[in-house]
Design a binder for this molecule. Structure first.
Ligand SMILES: Cc1ncc(COP(=O)(O)O)c(C=O)c1O
Length: 299
């Protein structure tokens, strides 16, 4: 089982070591690209493939990158790349760059878009890691505040988030929470944020300052199905530090508890809280149900 890559420049699925893109590709030169990360269950079946492909198209449209492949074509390419790995479940990254061009910024100089799909066997943290949770630090306004880099676009420009992770590592933490210029907390470096306050979930609103996470939406629905109230409202750093539970959501890792914020244990507890655990159970059950369906239908 190993990593395989589809390259539109060759219209072929190749082993990771053989996968090469041009140094003149604008994705490499300027981060001029959009992407999605998602997982599969046996089949292979994409988990929330529809919403991920829709977000890819929306991101591309927002930055004016053409996506000439139809959903059916993308789905087939993703499936082909996953099947080459020999694994049951995968982490998949889909990248669409504006294509190759001369060494100038002008986007009109790009040739045709490049599609790259990377499928690697899924590797998740173990149960003990989910129960332990992670240490977070709150980093100030890490995303660009110039209004041109849209936080709702999943573009290849992750330098601000990488900076935030560097700061987190310097402070001995596992992950970082980013803030809006107003000072409210928006999201993790590669995840959305939830707090549990008096038994209800609170998550920052989709006000343009964060990525509308697919898992965020799934978790809001699962929580409501479990009878939990869900409030979308701004959270200050003090709100997060004072929450009863804190957790992060993303498509591959799912729901990950936060053990500490800025060095202080969340609610003085050691590890995952009860609401987070209950939601993680519901999330795991959903993945298992999708896997059963995928196996029955053959993907
Ligand atoms: C900045 C950011 N926010 C949130 C998320 C979570 O989104 P999703 O649940 O769609 O994976 C990600 C995922 O990579 C991300 O990079």
């Amino acid at each position: 089982m190993s990593t395989f890559v589809y390259l539109s420049t060759q219209d072929a699925v190749v082993a990771a070591a053989e996968a090469k893109v041009s140094v003149f590709d604008r994705g490499f030169l300027f981060g001029d690209a959009v992407f999605e990360t998602l997982r599969t269950v046996p089949g292979p079946r994409l988990v929330d493939g529809g919403p991920h492909l829709a977000r890819l198209r929306r991101s591309a449209a927002r930055v004016g990158i053409d996506v000439p492949w139809r959903d059916g074509e993308l789905d087939a390419v993703l499936r082909r790349t996953c099947e080459a790995t020999g694994a049951d479940a995968h982490q998949v990254r889909v990248v669409v760059t504006r294509g190759e061009g001369p060494l100038v910024l002008d986007p009109r100089t790009a040739t045709r878009p490049t599609l790259v799909v990377i499928a690697r066997p899924l590797s998740l943290p173990d149960e003990a890691a989910y129960r332990r949770g992670i240490a977070l630090v709150i980093v100030g306004a890490a995303r660009s505040a110039d209004g041109l880099l849209d936080a709702t676009v999943k573009s290849a420009n992750y330098l601000a988030n990488i900076q935030a992770l560097r700061i987190a590592a310097e402070r001995g933490a596992d992950d970082a929470l980013l803030c809006a210029p107003s000072g409210t907390v928006t999201e993790g470096a590669t995840s959305n944020l939830f707090c549990v306050v008096d038994g209800a979930l609170v998550t920052p609103p989709l006000d343009g300052s964060l990525l509308p996470g697919i898992t965020r939406g799934v978790v809001c629905r699962l929580a409501r199905d479990l009878g939990l109230a869900v409030h979308e409202r701004p959270l200050s750093p003090a709100d997060v530090r004072g929450a009863d539970e804190v957790f992060l959501t993303s498509s591959v890792r799912g729901i990950m508890a936060v053990r500490s914020v800025d060095g202080s244990p969340v609610a003085g507890r050691d590890g995952e809280g009860p609401v987070t655990r209950r939601l993680r159970g519901a999330y795991a059950a959903r993945i298992e149900a999708l896997a059963r369906e995928g196996t029955r239908r053959g993907g």
